[in-house]
Design a binder for this molecule. Structure first.
Ligand code: CIR
Length: 262
């Protein structure tokens, strides 16, 4: 059984953090409708969706990916790089507690989950405005006992590592090589975004399908030619908040902790 944790769109989403995008009006109701469709897509791909309540005091809290890194063995609660986002971790910690032992990233480290790309037993971690070397060092110590190697990746020009590269099939990465050098990702096949669609590298692989924004038709053709099965979704309002499809969920295999209710 696969679980997806999501969080309802905050009514304050218009006050979200923005780094590389200019602020544009976000229609809250459209954002909610798109988020419901996203949750329906997760259900269609076999996930049991646990939706946390919206928080009007946390504009970016729909982007749950940034506050935890969930591995098979443990979950790492992050310390988000944007101070406005740090209070987001509490609700996600409560939601994760039944399923994984919880570890935490501590100051002076800052880490956004959007900077962590897991490929097999390697955790690639983007060095960005949100994620620093201290976080990479803490992750290496926390994850080594579980058999993971941690490798820093230079990222230039975008918010997170996963703005520039995501897994679209086992061993296959979709990437924008203007923002990262994909040769750092060992032994993977690299597909490239269409140059006219720099933001197109973020897809969410669940099982054997990829939830993928409808806004990138040229890159969609690249994926389809490669035989990647897509579930296209309009997420335009969430994209205005600099969000992408990986960032709206934490997807993991259900594995209860001893003592948790079944
Ligand atoms: C932020 O700047 O933190 C939010 N407005 C967007 C976060 C998107 N997260 C992600 O791609 N993992």
């Amino acid at each position: 059984m696969r679980i997806a944790i999501t969080r309802a769109v905050s009514p304050a989403i218009a006050d979200c953090e923005l780094t590389h995008l200019a602020r544009r009006a976000i229609d809250f109701e459209t954002a909610q409708t798109q988020h419901h469709a996203y949750e329906a897509a997760l259900r269609a791909l076999g996930c049991e969706v646990h939706t946390l309540p919206a928080d009007p005091s946390l504009p970016d809290s729909v982007f749950v990916e940034d506050v935890a890194v969930v591995l098979d063995e443990v979950a790492l609660l992050t310390r988000p790089g944007a101070p406005s986002r740090r209070p987001e971790t509490a609700a996600v910690a409560d939601a994760m507690a039944p399923y994984r032992p919880l570890l935490t990233i501590e100051a002076p480290a800052t880490l956004d989950g959007g900077d962590v790309l897991r490929i097999d037993r390697t955790l690639y971690v983007g060095l960005t405005d949100r994620t620093n070397q201290a976080a990479i060092d803490q992750m290496a110590v926390a994850c080594a006992p579980h058999g993971y190697g941690v490798r820093a990746v230079s990222v230039d020009g975008c918010l997170h590592l996963k703005s520039a590269a995501t897994l679209v099939a086992p061993g296959t990465v979709l990437c924008n090589r203007r923002w990262i050098d994909p040769s750092v990702l060992a032994g993977v096949e690299v597909l490239e975004v269409d140059p006219a669609e720099p933001y197109a590298a973020n897809g969410l692989l669940v099982g054997d399908r990829v939830i993928y924004p409808t806004s990138f038709p040229a890159t969609r053709r690249v994926l389809e030619r490669r035989g990647v099965a897509l579930l296209p979704l309009d997420v335009s309002e969430l994209q205005k908040a600099e969000g992408a499809v990986t960032c709206c969920s934490l997807v993991f295999e259900r594995r209860l902790q001893r003592g948790s209710p079944p």
